[in-house]
Design a protein around this ligand. Structure first.
Ligand SMILES: Cc1ncc(COP(=O)(O)O)c(C=O)c1O
Length: 348
């Protein structure tokens, strides 16, 4: 374990914060007030309910699944952890595309499993054949699929999860943290397979990263098993109230998501005109770029120091050499990024 670092992020302050794939929009003040009023009316000396049935029913309706198959957690991170912790024994294989969200590798190591990374193909597209081949060869216990994938933005092709389920024996964990922004969802497959877990979060499109709310959708028998790996009372009264309020206002939040998608598409189109960059296609609320001339670390620092724009430097991994990941902010944020990149790279 000493070879692994804890999941952490050293982030200097930037005027435009585009490094954690958060929503550019704060939760509306009026809705914050409603959440605080709900919480103020409840007894704080009492533990929160384990799994409030009415909230599970509303989540089930929102995502199109059954309430007995919904689990809520302190962010979807908690549900990644509980899913892996009830599934993996010593030496069990976890197959995942590479690069992907680093927490899977870390938690697999913590739990004594063996992590088997399968490189994404050219342009970071999912290589479904290689994933299946690796899972069969390794006798994978778990396959983790993050679509759209962090940090590349690539989405699984239609039909991929069906193929992976039918050609492997593994539990397939579909992390859909960014699915609100694009790409297919595996939720409709839940009624066909009990080897599927779909994870969703309110941290991205719903703009509630600070309150920590995520959910897992699975066959009810599987959800009961995953619940054994969860710590009790990890979703507090404030978070429960915020999740209810967010669901009450889901259409307004969906309109914000559409706005982020429009800003993204305009930004990606304009990035194409900036010299010295490869831009990877994205279905998410972030874009991966590769700097072809100027070293990515220098580009990162110039953006921050000269323009107050904080993006994510992901260039330390060999597959992502010279790459930066830029979250989608407001239209104004992205205009500023285009101007800054243009100025820096034209002079480079
Ligand atoms: C792919 C992926 N899954 C899960 C998470 C964690 O989300 P949450 O805030 O719900 O714990 C993140 C956060 O960045 C992510 O990128």
């Amino acid at each position: 374990m000493r070879a692994h670092a804890a999941y952490t992020l050293a982030a200097p302050p930037g005027r435009r914060k585009l490094n954690q794939n958060e929503s550019p929009f704060d939760f509306p003040t009026e809705l914050k007030r409603q959440v605080l009023e709900q919480v103020a009316a409840q007894p704080w000396q009492r533990y929160p309910p384990f799994a409030p049935p009415e909230l599970l029913a509303r989540l089930a309706e929102h995502y199109g699944w059954v309430a007995e198959g919904v689990l809520v957690g302190n962010g979807s991170n908690e549900l990644i952890q509980s899913t892996l912790s009830v599934t993996l024994g010593a030496g069990d294989r976890v197959v995942a595309p590479s690069p992907t969200f680093s927490l899977y590798r870390l938690l697999t190591a913590v739990l004594g499993g063996r992590y088997v990374p399968v490189p994404l193909g050219d342009g970071f597209v999912f290589d479904v054949d290689s994933l299946i081949e690796a899972a069969q060869r390794e006798g994978a216990r778990v396959i983790v699929l993050n679509s759209p994938n962090n940090p590349t933005g690539s989405a699984l092709p239609e039909g991929a999860v069906e193929r992976i389920l039918s050609q492997t024996e593994a539990l397939v964990v579909c992390d859909e943290a960014y699915q609100d922004f694009g790409g297919p969802s595996a939720i409709r497959l839940l009624s066909h397979s009990s080897r599927l877990v779909v994870l969703r979060t309110f941290s991205k499109a719903f703009g509630l990263a600070g309150l920590r709310f995520g959910l897992a959708l699975a066959h009810p028998a599987v959800a009961r098993e995953i619940a054994k790996g969860k710590l009790p009372y990890n979703v507090n009264l404030m978070t429960l109230a915020a999740a209810r309020t967010a669901l009450d206002h889901a259409p307004m939040l969906a309109a914000r998501t559409r706005e982020v998608i429009e800003v993204r598409d305009r930004f990606v189109a304009r990035l194409g005109g900036v010299p010295g960059l490869t831009v990877y296609p994205t279905a998410s609320n972030f874009v991966l770029i590769r700097s072809l001339g100027l070293p990515a670390k220098e580009l990162f620092h110039r953006l921050l120091d000269d323009y107050g724009i904080l993006v994510r430097d992901v260039s330390d991994s060999a597959q992502l050499s010279e790459c930066l990941r830029i979250s989608i902010g407001t239209g104004e944020d992205m205009d500023a990024v285009i101007d800054a990149l243009g100025e820096i790279l034209r002079k480079a």
